[in-house]
Design a protein around this ligand. Structure first.
Ligand SMILES: O=P(O)(O)OC[C@H]1O[C@H](OP(=O)(O)OP(=O)(O)O)[C@H](O)[C@@H]1O
Ligand SMILES: NC(=O)CC[C@H](N)C(=O)O
Ligand SMILES: [Mg+2]
Length: 555
């Protein structure tokens, strides 16, 4: 998941960067690695600022915003799922031909190697990075180029989207684009895997004029006073040109409407409505059904002995409260979160994630001491949080520690938006529930059942009958080409090799380690790469040598 937004103001002299810059922190939970804004000013000139870091780190001064003039623009927050986390892969991307296009993407393309080959061998376009988003942009640009026209119109754009993207690119995508001097575009994949919503606001400068904003989540529209939210349908594209009303077009026939259920579990903010489903209500429902499963699995006698239901801040708080209410057990926020530490799961690097759990959460000992506690989290993915948290509860002298997850066991890769090198990173991979409990140190682990999770969401909007649940079931909504998982592993392996080498060079140059040490550690790390537990050993070796955190998701 990443966060995307695009704005076009009715006022030709207005400044779109203000709204975009205000929207990005609201969507920050969708991507913490990189951030960027591109605007289009007088004469169709683009202005861009982007780079690695949070929004507040990339945009530090007022001048940096003043340097982005123009009444339309697009913004992006990145959580890398393809390519690397290099600065060069921060979005929006830009191509100068045809017409000048800026582009931002949320999602993951699963036939990237095919597209890359096509762009190189047949379309002869230069693709500068390993990002799948840059491929999408070039597929669009290359097809648009085929019109050979001096100036394009909306029809040409819809056709280029259909031929260049919908018919050739596979995976999950919600995108915004901006054509120099022309307008903005928003579109969504034919399954509606990734979200996109449009809102409008009365212009404060032009009587009768309307400003428009696309956003990954409705919460950004709410907070910036954009109303009349319209969910972009799967396979639908919307073009908004300067001073005009949006043109909606079903560019590709809607395949099965299957939003990614993980948006409701973890990605999205609770105060967003996605595909007509309130994330808050969906999480409440998850808590209610999980309460039933806890009762079934532990039995009423054990449940009676539980003193407290404790959420793992922040995402699980809504579900944990409804679970506690249903079981009639007191709810206690016994883990306190440091509000200045970001989301742990979407951080790059296992070492960073582990350190962050302890920096982010503190257990109030008085609440745990001599009590039986039921900890509730939205999901257990790598087990980084749950393992650490259970230890913290034990250190605080809890008696029994049960752990409940609002999502079922995750045993498969998430191919449309979670950065995982390989399924062996998943704590549930190849483990039974008992083994997972043992691994994280809990007395028992209770998981939501998949049909319960689906109905927690679909009961709110019965028009959405299907969800992308591949991460739980292994059955993905789009066909997955043979060799795709191997390709993912190779790309991530290659990235972490590069990072290892960079870290080693830095260590030698900085006098932290000798060349001999480095060679030895690199050799061991390379040999261990991809072989389960032995990776941990190599990671420890490297951290002993203080090379910094070179790991990028895959290790
Ligand atoms: O099993 P794991 O690999 O640890 O991943 C799952 C955890 O990561 C997420 O929390 P995160 O800290 O990212 O965000 P939050 O504050 O929104 O809960 C999620 O809410 C779980 O707590
Ligand atoms: N999380 C996302 O949506 C990522 C978008 C794109 N695949 C990237 O890695 O930059
Ligand atoms: Mg969490």
């Amino acid at each position: 998941m990443c966060g995307i937004t695009a704005v076009i103001l009715a006022d030709p002299y207005g400044s779109a960067v203000e709204d975009i810059h205000n929207a990005l922190p609201i969507l920050q939970h969708r991507g913490q690695d990189a951030c960027g804004i591109a605007t289009c000013g007088v004469g169709g000139k683009f202005y861009t600022r982007k780079g690695n870091g949070l929004c507040s780190e990339v945009f530090k001064t007022q001048q940096q915003l003043l340097d982005l003039p123009g009444n339309m623009g697009i913004g992006h927050l990145r959580y890398p799922t393809a390519g690397s986390s290099a600065n060069a892969e921060a979005q929006p991307f830009y191509v100068n031909s045809p017409y000048g296009i800026c582009f931002a993407h949320n999602g993951n393309i699963i036939n990237a190697p095919v597209l890359r080959r096509y762009l190189d061998h047949e379309a002869h376009r230069h693709v500068n990075t390993d990002s799948d988003s840059e491929l999408l942009l070039n597929m669009f640009a290359s097809t648009l180029q085929e019109t050979g026209k001096f100036r394009v119109n909306e029809e040409d754009l819809f056709t280029a989207l259909r031929k260049g993207i919908y018919e050739r690119c596979e995976g999950g995508y919600a995108c915004v684009a901006m054509l120099a001097g022309f307008g903005i575009i928003g579109f969504r994949d034919p399954h509606g895997i990734r979200p996109l919503v449009l809102g409008e606001r009365k212009s404060s400068a032009v009587p009768g004029g309307t400003d428009y904003m696309f956003s990954s989540e409705s919460v950004a529209l709410d907070q910036l006073a954009f109303t009349n939210h319209i969910t972009i349908a799967p396979g639908e594209a919307v073009i908004i040109t300067k001073g005009n009303k949006p043109i909606f077009r079903q560019v590709h026939k809607q395949l099965n409407y299957a939003p990614d259920i993980f948006e409701y579990v973890y990605f999205a903010r609770p105060d967003s409505i996605m595909d007509g489903i309130s994330v808050y209500r969906a999480r409440q429902n998850m808590g209610l059904s999980l309460a039933d499963t806890v009762l079934q699995k532990l039995g009423p006698e054990v449940v009676k002995t539980i003193d407290l239901v404790i959420p793992i801040p922040s995402t699980s708080e809504v579900s944990a409260l409804s679970l506690a209410q249903k079981l009639g057990i007191p709810y206690c926020q016994a883990f306190v979160k440091n509000r200045y530490v970001g989301r742990t799961f979407i951080m790059p690097g296992q070492r960073e994630r582990q350190k962050s759990v302890r920096r982010k959460l503190n257990a109030m000992k008085e609440e745990f001491k001599d009590r039986n506690v039921l900890l509730v989290d939205d999901s257990i993915v790598r087990g980084t949080t749950s393992r650490e948290i259970v230890h913290m509860a034990r250190e605080a002298q809890a008696k029994k520690v049960y752990f409940a997850s609002c999502a079922p066991p995750i045993r498969n890769a998430h191919i449309y938006g979670i950065d995982l090198a390989d399924t062996r990173e998943l704590v549930a991979f190849g483990r039974t529930e008992e083994e997972i409990a043992e691994h994280i140190g809990a007395d028992a682990v209770i998981y939501e059942k998949l049909p319960d999770l689906v109905s927690a969401c679909s009961s709110i909007n019965p028009n959405i009958k299907e969800f992308e649940v591949g991460v739980f079931s292994g059955q993905y909504i789009t066909p997955v080409a043979e060799g795709y998982f191997k390709h993912l592993e190779d790309v991530r392996g290659e990235n972490s090799r590069k990072k290892r080498e960079e870290a080693a060079i830095t260590a030698v140059v900085g006098g932290i380690a000798s060349e001999g040490d480095v060679a030895q550690v690199l050799e061991r790390a390379a040999a261990a790469n991809g072989h389960g537990e032995s990776k941990v050993q190599s990671r420890m070796d490297i951290s002993i040598h203080n090379f910094g955190d070179y790991t990028n998701g895959s290790e």
